[in-house]
Write a protein of this length. Sequence first.
Length: 386
Amino acid sequence: MADKRPVKIGAPEDEHQLYQDLAQEFGTPLLVYDESVVEQHYRALCDALPAVRMYYAVKALPQEQVIRTIDSLGGGFDVASGGETDLLLKLKVFGRRTIHTHPVKKDEEIRTALRYGVTTFVIDNVYELEKFVSYRSRVGLILRVSFRSPGAIVDLSRKFGCNLSEVPSIVARAGELGIHIKGLSFHVGSQCADASKHVESIEKCSELMLQLNAENDRLMNVLDIGGGFPADYDRRGVVIDTFCAPIREALGKLPAEWDIIAEPGRYLVAAAVTSITSVVGRSVRDGVNWYYLDDGAYGSYSGQIYDHACYPLQVLKEGPLHRSILAGPTCDSIDVVAEDILLPELTAGDLVIGHEMGAYTAATRTRFNSLPDARFLDLASRRIVD
Ligand SMILES: Cc1ncc(COP(=O)(O)O)c(C=O)c1O
């Protein structure tokens, strides 16, 4: 089956030289992190949604350097495990700027997060609610609602979130237990095609919050609109302001004193990381050129399997194009990066560049075949930082 992703053939001289220099100095495989891209995307998202406080979803790329960048921009953090909490603790990020959004967690994890200073946790059912009885004076909970999203590449409401109709009974039970549910959240799915599901979810959640606020003395004033802001895998040019315009409009109708928060991951980091791999060897099989790379689907390209992503590729050489396959370094046949693409003739040592490779790439790689991870290079300081 033809692979439809964008493949760029060749590069301007300065770009070509940069990739060659980095590969020569640090070896491959490499993941090159450009902090200025995170800064740009963070500011663009804040400008597009000025009423929203951003909590970076650490799971997207849990690298220290990225945490430092978001921290320096004044962003908050969304964690989903004790490991992510430990990472922030190590970097001395203030716990009050962190929310814990995994709807199901061990008591030990709740205690770790509380010790660290987290006071906001997400739940989506009564069993999880009951885990907070002994911590009720120290927490405010957010109840996650499910909105199935056929338009998203990754539907995050399949596994988590209660139905809207269950919210009143869970809130009532929380009242009986003396636990404060301070608001609702949703995650309409990752890599959304447009913001229509965000808008629908904002409208339905806020309507219910207003109704519950009118009926109860406990005030809900937090709405967490999750993530879902897209990366530009197709290279069509994502304009985040345009994507967010309907969300901005929907949020403009909410009570001004409400606290609106979001958990962006992918949009902030995807474009900030570029993969550099080398061709290790080649063969011709059934008339097709196979090139075997030093990184692949068990490594930095793991998102092609877990995250259903298809990263734009680039080769630096130019020349007549032939049907080609790019394969990863492991012994498994599933370890193929791109099938049936047109490439010029490559030889061992030639570089293959992967773009938009910051989100759910290094985060989900494995050590299969005991192959080394791609090294994480900070472009600004030209230092390996993992
Ligand atoms: C609870 C939660 N919040 C935020 C995110 C980040 O979503 P995105 O990368 O689409 O912005 C995820 C992604 O899995 C998630 O599960």
